[in-house]
Design a protein around this ligand. Structure first.
Ligand SMILES: Cc1cc2nc3c(=O)[nH]c(=O)nc-3n(C[C@H](O)[C@H](O)[C@H](O)COP(=O)(O)O)c2cc1C
Length: 230
């Protein structure tokens, strides 16, 4: 597959065929992903390949805790956990999460409720001792550290396609990070960056919805003319 096509068509996949994925395949994916760019080449990522059904179930429960809060906030018209937001509205919205969970329990469940059954679950951690965080001391929300880990996650998703697999990076379980850390015996110096779910896709999305370049790129100043012109 052309690189340009892969970049246009690697959408989030949350539905997987039941086929298992061998360790050698996952090994090859990680072997490609390790070439991802990262600050100072400190390679702060760590990966836990979760196989134990009990650990998988616990991860699913941690995911669900965040998932229902997410749905409750979306339902209230909020961007969930936006760094800049109306905290009062957010608190109000999140208080509806129990009700969202109760309603979800009446249905068949989706990706979140069945996360434990995803063929491959990779917990992605970041070692804070190695993470180049140039905005660590900024007054605003620090963002730069993630840039040393999430390109690696994206490379995992792209590499998965070379194996006929697909998946999604998830971050919901971070809401329950202490439980995940305890579950996986992760020391304080490492934080949870996400959980990657991978498998053989039931459908591979090919038409992703994104804004055109002119909607987010401008010339010389943020309020400059749109780029490209016309
Ligand atoms: C940082 C990040 C966090 C995400 N967290 C979740 C998540 O917790 N659960 C989930 O189902 N999808 C998650 N996604 C996937 C996004 O929902 C998905 O990339 C987005 O909706 C665009 O979907 P598309 O690529 O299929 O168009 C996450 C993606 C990123 C990059």
């Amino acid at each position: 597959m052309e690189l340009s096509e892969a970049l246009r068509t690697t959408g989030a996949v949350r539905e997987f065929a039941p086929e298992p994925v061998g360790d050698e395949v996952v090994g090859r994916i990680l072997d490609l992903a390790r070439f991802a760019p990262n600050g100072g080449n400190r390679q702060a990522w760590r990966v836990v390949v979760v196989k134990d059904p009990a650990v998988r179930s616990a991860l699913r429960d941690s995911y669900l805790a965040g998932w229902y809060e997410y749905l409750a906030q979306v339902g209230a018209g909020l961007t969930p956990w936006a760094a800049v937001t109306d905290r009062e509205r957010e608190r109000e919205a999140v208080s509806a999460a129990t009700e969202v969970a109760r309603r979800a329990a009446e249905g068949p469940g989706g990706f979140a409720e069945h996360l434990d059954r995803v063929p491959v679950l990779l917990v992605l951690l970041a070692d804070l001792r190695r993470l180049a965080t140039v905005d660590r001391d900024a007054a605003h929300y620090p963002l730069a550290g993630g840039a040393s880990v999430y390109p690696f996650a994206w490379s995992i998703l792209l590499a998965a396609r070379t194996e006929g697999l697909a998946g999604v990076l998830t971050t919901m379980a971070i809401r329950d990070e202490d439980a995940v850390r305890a579950l996986l015996q992760v020391p304080d110096e490492l934080i949870l960056a996400g959980i990657l779910a991978l498998g053989v896709p039931v459908h591979q999305p090919t038409r992703l919805t994104r804004e055109p370049v002119s909607a987010f790129a401008t010339v010389d100043r943020l309020d400059g003319r749109p780029f490209p012109a016309g």
